[in-house]
Design a protein around this ligand. Structure first.
Ligand SMILES: [Zn+2]
Length: 143
């Protein structure tokens, strides 16, 4: 009798590893707040966290809480994934959201009917716990 070959368990999903620069962002995310950096010199917002302003190269950056509102810039519905860590999640929506403040954020679109998705629809950032005291921003259609 042929033995059944068991697949090994899926690998763990990647998790963020906060450093001194990104720690405020991840701590706020755990509380359901989306932080962006704003340059004190030129007023531009940026994401992800960096030690200087991309617009003017200034280094006076402050954290501000974003509105959490934006538009769906682009997206893809993932039906098959080569990454076994995400295989149980299909279909899922991989997307880029353009926040009202300007920066773009890579997220999953959650709790939204797939047939309602199209570029430029309004979305709102929501937060998803991924365990180990870690929360990540995602987005949900506002329609
Ligand atoms: Zn600047």
């Amino acid at each position: 009798m042929a033995g059944r070959v068991e697949s090994p368990p899926p690998p763990a999903k990647p998790v963020p590893h906060p450093d001194d620069l990104s720690r405020p962002y991840w701590e706020a995310a755990r509380e359901g707040k989306l932080l962006l950096q704003r340059c004190s010199s030129c007023g531009e917002h940026q994401f992800y966290p960096r030690p200087f302003c991309l617009a003017c190269r200034g280094s006076e950056l402050e954290w501000i809480e974003a509105t959490g509102r934006g538009r769906l810039h682009t997206f893809s519905v993932v039906h098959r994934t080569a990454d076994r860590a995400f295989a149980a999640d299909v279909p899922y929506v991989f997307a880029v959201v353009e926040l009202d403040e300007g920066p773009r954020l890579t997220v999953n679109v959650v709790d939204t009917a797939l047939e309602t998705l199209e570029c430029d629809i309004p979305v709102r950032v929501v937060f998803t716990s991924i365990g180990d005291d870690t929360t990540v921003p995602n987005a949900r259609g506002e329609a």
